[in-house]
Design a protein around this ligand. Structure first.
Ligand code: NAP
Length: 636
């Protein structure tokens, strides 16, 4: 609920300096019903989030602030009490949506409308098991209590479907529980990286730190009574489908080290992609005499003060913790194999500005419109800049004119960051197209750390690890501690569980290191097994992965509805449907920077196929997951 406005004009004027103006006008128009707040000449010229304030000129910004001040003073003087979220005063909702996203394709409007109504939870199951099959025993086991598993549990709870979540850790949160390295934070806007229907009271930063996100997911679990469904400290070892019983049996390791069998009519795997640490195969790794640990298993018991610390890797994790430990460690030596592209993000570490917070608290619906605005810009996000133009002769430099333009901008940014350090600049400019590997958000702290006298960047390949440090062909770098910032076994989906489907089929044998699924969720031969954040559902240049989890949870719950309503035992994806779908995915990934570039990345599996990424917009996934087409499945 918003708070009534009591502030003087001057205070409101100050707050407006921090406003994101286009969604503010939309919020005020719907709160007041005044169409004059949406004049044609203040329609944003773009929804691209790389362009500040929707492309408003300074004059347009000034005019928008003047209009907003008048509207806010009006709300204050009329003593409009705390109102509902996203009111639709005077039927302005449609006009405000079109005002904001008039540049978006018409096809996006249903998705955007859904998104705007998020707090009303339009994706909540509109059914209850008691109304469909009250007496049918139907229990679902969800594996993992991270962001996706909690969501699946919440949705099943809404539909009255009994469920248990099996979680190997002792708390909820998944990746946000496990990654505690210094400086850990998300690189998607806080106001987007959350469940659309579960608002945060007030994000402290534009990009949330790990502790804030962990707290958010804990609150989600606590406020919705999810913990009572979770068995903590319990790990699924194996899951097998019994064709006669149309049911799964899961073998789990219990907290006391014993094993137990659990039955389920359906299984939802929500184990994540980026959670099994990957340690490099480097000779001599076991010879190192000092302490060493992976960034995702940060050993807070080791005091780095004054120590010589060696870091292997320069991906997203190293990028966040290196600036934090530089200056604390006695010295740092960083081994870089491939440099990342850096996306300038000045407010990456900034707290949400006071004025913006004030507006969230006082303008009915502004938080929702703000989220909507971020979301609208992320439906395509950076996709157009990573699409391959087959006629473009860019090689490993760039994949299209737009991509080349991005390269030029990002290179200019690197020039600026490493001004005066040609050695670092040479090492920093990637030899692959922007988007082929994960781009990192940057506010300058990485370059500042690398420029320190007590920090050294090594680009010579590591030859081996010794008892006292890390050796390259050029010599040895002595170290007291080694930190492996070497990422995760992302393409090893569902490992190390054994999963046996119909007729004894083994999931890992079927995949043979090349995981595929239909819509990332269902696999032929594995009835009533659903994967969340499965193969080819990772997005890297557009949006928040939580959006995908919401689509998946919705689709899975709709599948269960179909089973319960139709009296079917199980559903199993058709092989031809699965294959045709994967052909489309592969063809599209082959037309993205990450598919054509030969650069190494966790988007690809050992065979070189892009098994992680979704190559399309958010829109396509949303459309495909609204309702299962039962024609895609064998009904058992
Ligand atoms: P990563 O991106 O896979 O980076 C691993 C790093 O280790 C790379 O620099 C890699 O070099 C290097 N490496 C691996 N094996 C090596 C070897 N044998 N010798 C030398 N270097 C080696 O892993 P990450 O940094 O943990 O990030 C993984 C993903 O997690 C991110 O892309 C992101 O999706 C997510 N994440 C997100 C955030 C965030 O939201 N801000 C933070 C952390 C992680 P090559 O590049 O040459 O392979």
């Amino acid at each position: 609920m918003t708070e009534p406005i009591t502030d003087a004009d001057e205070a409101i004027r100050r707050a407006l300096l921090d406003a994101e103006l286009p969604p503010l006008l939309a919020a005020l128009a719907t709160a007041t019903g005044d169409p004059k707040l949406l004049p044609d000449h203040l329609r944003p010229s773009t929804i691209n989030r790389l362009v500040p304030q929707g492309g408003y000129s300074l004059e347009q910004q000034q005019e928008a602030r003047t209009l907003a001040l008048a509207a806010l003073a009006g709300l204050r003087d009329a003593r409009i009490p705390a109102g509902p979220e996203a009111a639709d005063g005077g039927g302005m909702l449609d006009a405000a949506v079109r005002f904001l996203v008039g540049t978006a394709p018409e096809r996006y409007l249903p998705l955007l409308a859904d998104e705007l109504a998020a707090l009303d939870d339009p994706s909540a199951p509109g059914w209850h098991k008691d109304d469909l099959a009250a007496d049918r025993p139907f229990h679902v086991v969800i594996i993992g209590a991270g962001m996706s598993g909690l969501l699946a549990g919440y949705r099943l709870g809404q539909a009255g479907v009994p469920y248990t979540i099996i979680e190997k850790n002792d708390d909820v949160g998944g990746t946000w529980l496990e990654n505690t390295y210094p400086g850990c934070r998300v690189d998607v806007s806080s106001h987007l990286y959350n469940y659309s229907f579960f608002e945060h009271d007030g994000w402290p930063g534009y990009f949330s730190t790990q502790d804030v996100l962990l707290d958010y997911f804990r609150q989600f679990a606590d406020r919705n009574g999810l913990r009572e469904h979770i068995r903590f400290g319990t790990e699924v070892l194996a899951a097998g489908f019994d064709g006669a019983a149309r049911a799964w049996t899961l073998r789990v390791r219990t907290p006391d080290g014993g094993t137990e069998l659990l039955g389920a009519q359906a299984v939802i795997s929500a184990v994540g992609q980026l959670n099994r640490p990957s340690y490099p195969r480097i000779d001599g790794r076991d010879d190192f005499a000092g302490p060493s640990f992976h960034s995702a298993r940060w050993d807070h018991g080791i005091d780095l003060r004054g120590k010589r610390v060696a870091v292997i890797g320069t991906g997203a994790s190293a990028f966040q913790f290196v600036p934090e430990i530089a200056g604390t460690a006695g010295s740092l030596v960083i081994f870089q194999r491939t440099p990342p592209w850096l996306g300038p993000t000045p407010d990456y570490h900034a707290p949400v500005a006071d004025g913006l917070r004030w507006l969230f608290r006082h303008v009915p619906g502004y938080a929702q419109w703000y989220r909507f605005w971020l979301f609208a810009g992320s439906v395509e996000g950076g996709l157009p800049a990573v699409e391959v133009d087959p006629a473009w002769p860019g090689g490993e430099r760039s994949v299209s004119a737009a991509n080349d333009e991005r390269r030029a901008l990002l290179t200019a940014y690197l020039d600026h960051l490493f001004d005066g350090r040609p050695d670092l600049l040479r090492a920093a400019v990637p030899g692959y197209p922007p988007g082929a590997k994960r781009m990192l958000r940057d506010n300058g702290v990485w370059a500042a750390a690398l420029k320190r006298d007590d920090v050294e960047l090594v680009t010579d390949p590591i030859s081996h690890i010794t008892a006292s440090g890390i050796a390259t062909a050029e010599g040895e770098y002595e170290a007291d501690v080694i930190v492996y910032a070497t990422g995760f076994s992302a393409s090893d989906f569902l490992i190390p569980m054994t999963v046996t489907g119909r007729d004894g089929a083994d999931l890992h044998k079927r995949w043979n290191g090349d995981a595929r699924a239909y819509l990332g969720m269902t696999v032929p031969g594995f009835p009533n097994l659903f994967l969340m954040y499965g193969p080819n559902t990772n997005i890297v240049v557009n949006g928040s992965i939580i959006f995908f989890s919401e689509c998946e949870a919705h689709y899975i719950v709709e599948c269960l509805r179909a089973l319960l309503a139709g009296g079917h035992g199980a559903l199993e994806c058709r092989e031809d449907v699965h294959d045709a779908y994967n052909e489309v995915i592969d063809a599209a990934n082959g037309q993205r920077a990450w598919g054509v570039s030969s650069v190494r990345s966790w988007y690809k599996n050992a065979s070189g196929r892009v098994s992680q990424n979704w190559p399309f917009t958010l829109m396509e996934y949303w459309e495909r997951t609204r309702r299962p087409d039962l024609g895609d499945y064998h009904l058992l």
